[in-house]
Design a protein around this ligand. Structure first.
Ligand code: CU
Length: 150
């Protein structure tokens, strides 16, 4: 009888300890998951940004070019390497300043917002390559301009 009680006790004890170990393991896993979540690198906001083309960029610029109808004002701009140019669309239609040659824009591929600038919006680009960069309005390819970067 005593032996049986001991067996029951030891069975209960093993069950109790097993439950406790499982509970501790669950807590450790939960803590690990929590720490992993906290240490996870910040999500890449570029996927969710409402301004993928940078149309809301308000940083200081060297020159502003107005897009009003089918012309760039001024047509010819001279800046220093690293300076920014901002194209402001004051027309009621979209305009799309982009590097020559149309339609590939391959001469200076980064010089391209990749979509039209909506009316009332602007697009800002920093020129990091020295050169004389001819460009056009991708939506009206006969509208032309030049950015000279010294
Ligand atoms: Cu084009």
């Amino acid at each position: 009888m005593i032996e049986k009680r001991n067996n029951i006790f030891s069975t209960n004890f093993v069950f109790f300890m097993t439950s406790k170990i499982i509970a501790i393991l669950i807590v450790i896993i939960a803590l690990g998951a929590g720490i992993a979540f906290l240490l996870k690198p910040a999500k890449d906001d570029s996927v969710l940004t409402p301004d993928p083309a940078g149309f809301l960029d308000n940083s200081p610029v060297a020159v502003t070019v107005v897009m009003d109808g089918e012309k760039f004002i001024p047509e010819m701009v001279t800046i220093k390497k690293g300076e920014k140019v901002r194209w402001i669309n004051q027309d009621t239609n979209q305009h799309w300043p982009a590097s020559d040659l149309h339609p590939t824009h391959a001469i200076y591929p980064e010089f391209d917002p990749l979509e039209g600038v909506p009316p009332g919006k602007s697009w800002t680009f920093a020129f990091t390559k020295i050169g004389t960069w001819k460009y056009h309005d991708h939506l009206h390819p006969l509208t032309r301009g030049v950015i000279e970067v010294k």
